[in-house]
Write a protein that binds this ligand. Structure first.
Ligand SMILES: [Zn+2]
Length: 281
């Protein structure tokens, strides 16, 4: 097998423009219902891009979104993609206890399966919020029957990260089949650097290319993610958010589709459940 043929996980975290971690302290959850929904249009833009390239991907979707947009969920499944869970309403795991986490998982799982008609076996924590503060999280996922999680960023970041966790796929719970597929981080001069999401949007694509080639050279799958709101330059502006959050959120959204198209061309991509099955065999 050629190095370029390692199957990498392509994933989309499906959430509204107002549900992101960066605006958590600015936009109240009670106000979500009254805000302009743009998730269908922006996710359809993503689906069109994948269709153009023939790429299959995993859509980690909020239960809150699935419950309101059944047609979108069905289109995702009809086009050959995987539907997975991003939790109910973007509550970060380290703000919950084990019981609240389990309730959040179940509520999202029911909404996702009802809306999509597909079986959900994957989970991504909002803002990669499984870390040293949540030792119960992976065991709960295993008990709830999940096949994989992609919920850890093995890096130190200002909002999140678990620097000491493995860079590559690992089994977090003893005998359970559950696999954790962390988001890809590159390594250079002894330091780790992040890829995906805002990092991909804001930095040259070569940074992500380098990290993916580095990971694939070790026969390991990469894991990439982005959000529908990153390909939606027309979204309303949240002026009350901190400047740093606004800079990160809005920069270079117009260039994102072209950049993604190049990334899809240069690497081998698939659904995350397919990546997990390859690891198991
Ligand atoms: Zn998210």
């Amino acid at each position: 097998m050629n190095e370029s043929r390692v199957l990498n996980g392509m994933s989309v975290d499906v959430e509204e423009w107002f549900q992101v971690g960066a605006f958590e302290r600015t936009i109240d959850k009670d106000d979500w219902e009254g805000l302009e929904s743009r998730v269908v249009d922006s996710t359809e833009r993503v689906l069109d891009l994948f269709a153009e390239r023939g790429t299959k991907a995993t859509f980690f979707t909020l239960g809150w979104v699935a419950a309101r947009h059944g047609a979108l969920m069905r289109r995702i499944v009809e086009e050959g993609h995987e539907v997975a869970s991003h939790g109910w309403d973007h509550q970060r795991v380290f703000t919950m206890d084990a019981a609240a986490f389990r309730a959040d998982l179940r509520r999202a799982h029911a909404a996702l399966e009802d809306a999509s008609g597909a079986k959900v076996v994957g989970y991504r924590a909002p803002s990669f919020s499984i870390d040293t503060r949540t030792p119960w999280a992976h065991p709960v996922l295993a008990e709830e029957g999940y096949r994989y999680s992609s919920s850890v960023a093995p890096i130190r970041h200002d909002h999140y990260g678990w620097r000491e966790s493995p860079r590559f796929a690992w089994k977090p719970v003893g005998d359970a089949a559950l696999v954790e597929l962390p988001v890809t981080v590159g390594e250079a001069i002894g330091r780790r650097f992040a890829t995906g999401g805002g990092f991909f949007r804001l930095l040259p694509a070569a940074v992500t290319d380098f990290a993916l080639r580095q990971v694939n050279a070790e026969r390991q799958p990469g894991m990439f993610y982005f959000h529908p709101w990153e390909v939606d330059p027309g979204q309303p502006r949240v002026h009350a958010a901190p400047l740093r959050s606004r800079l990160r959120h809005y920069s270079r959204q117009g260039a994102m589709v072209g950049k993604l198209r190049g990334l899809l061309e240069r690497h081998h991509w698939g659904r995350v459940d397919a990546v997990v099955e390859r690891l198991a065999s």
